[in-house]
Design a protein around this ligand. Structure first.
Ligand code: WQD
Length: 338
């Protein structure tokens, strides 16, 4: 059974391709290599022994996208990762984000509508909650006005899918709201490859430890949290990948309750920045060079998931601990730099 994975050479995409292949799916990857490298295909096949079909295509090209679906009429499901995801860049370049994250989404949905069937998994984010009023955050928590165009594209993206599925019963979709995916495949053959200076905490930690960055700036230790630093729900990327396969199978088997469902993907445990640093130092045996810097604009104080819905309805639960995730991130960093 052929499954399309857009952005399948990216961080979460590549780990999901591996899990799909483990489950016997035939995978077709579309990626325009704007934030990934074709070498990731070798990493995937080194793990699974199978290389996915790869189409180097920009999804913003409607004609090419239509040609793709004509070439592969037997695509049975789509997992859509391809999107721009740098919060700061989205503030500078909103139109790029609205075209790439929302224009492309409408083209994909139009193709599925034309095909007359669609099992669609959407890469959403806990960013839709903004600073939630209470912890842990359930899927019923209100969506708050987005703090960035990036966050807005996740909110509006969910609405586009919901509204489309409401009037096209042949289309079924699940939006997965990631908390903070971190780490790498335990084989260290695929992992996170941030281009340029990492925006996210964990790659910045590992690049500091390996000597690429001089030191980590901790953005604020004066928050109303136990140790003063922000709290997040850091989840192993392989756990996130496995959830995508389970969600896809739910749609393929027609087990969905409604034709648009939303699930949080988190561990249910919040960890502060200092706790993540401590975890890294424990698993790596290295002392991390960091200092306390001013707060970063737009950071929420804390965000961690209520995972009951995904655990009970989806039948999925995160299995890896923060230490295991940090260990895999460190092993990947050392491998990439070796
Ligand atoms: C985590 C914590 C920072 C870097 C973002 C997106 C979200 C999702 C995940 C795509 C915060 C602190 C960070 C650093 C630091 N992306 N930090 N020094 O902001 O929770 O979420 O990435 O889906 O949508 O918003 O992740 O890793 O950037 O930050 O102190 O050099 O680490 O202040 O408290 P974030 P992050």
């Amino acid at each position: 059974m052929k499954i399309l994975v857009t952005g399948g050479l990216g961080f979460i995409g590549s780990h999901t391709v591996v899990e799909l292949q483990h489950q016997g799916f035939e995978v077709v990857v579309i990626d325009n290599l704007s934030n990934s490298s074709e070498d990731v295909l070798d990493g995937i096949s080194a793990i699974t022994g199978k290389e996915p079909i790869f189409e180097n295509l920009d999804l913003r090209d409607k004609k090419k996208l239509n040609g793709f679906f004509e070439k592969y009429p037997d695509i049975r499901g789509v997992i859509h990762f391809a999107a721009s995801k740098a919060v700061g860049e989205s503030v500078e370049e909103p139109l790029l984000y609205y075209e790439n994250n929302l224009g492309v989404l409408t083209y994909l949905l139009q193709e599925l509508k034309q095909k007359g069937n669609g099992n669609f998994i959407f890469s959403s984010s806990c960013t839709v909650y903004g600073q939630a009023d209470s912890m842990p955050i359930t899927e019923a928590a209100p969506v708050k006005p987005a703090e960035s165009p990036y966050g807005n594209t996740k909110q509006v993206g969910e609405e586009i899918i919901r509204d489309t599925c409401n009037v096209n019963p042949e289309l079924k979709a699940i939006a997965l709201r990631y908390f903070n995916p971190i780490g790498a495949h335990p084989s260290a053959k695929i992992g996170e490859l941030p281009l340029g200076v990492p925006q996210n905490l964990v790659p910045y930690i590992t690049q500091t430890a390996i000597g690429i960055r001089e030191k980590l700036a901790v953005f604020g230790d004066d928050y109303p949290t136990p140790d003063g630093t922000c709290i997040r729900d850091y989840i192993h990327v392989v756990d996130v990948a496995k959830a995508h396969v389970i969600a896809l199978q739910r749609l393929l088997e027609g087990n969905n309750a409604t034709n648009y469902e939303v699930f949080n993907l988190g561990t249910g445990t919040g960890s502060s920045v200092l706790e993540v640093i401590k975890s890294f130092e424990k698993v790596s045996g290295k002392k991390l060079n960091y200092n306390i810097a001013p707060r970063r604009e737009g950071d929420v104080i804390q965000a961690y998931a209520d995972t009951k819905k995904a655990n009970t309805v989806l039948g999925w639960k995160a299995e890896s601990s923060l230490d295991e995730a940090m260990k895999s991130a460190w092993e990947w960093e050392q491998k990439v730099r070796s």
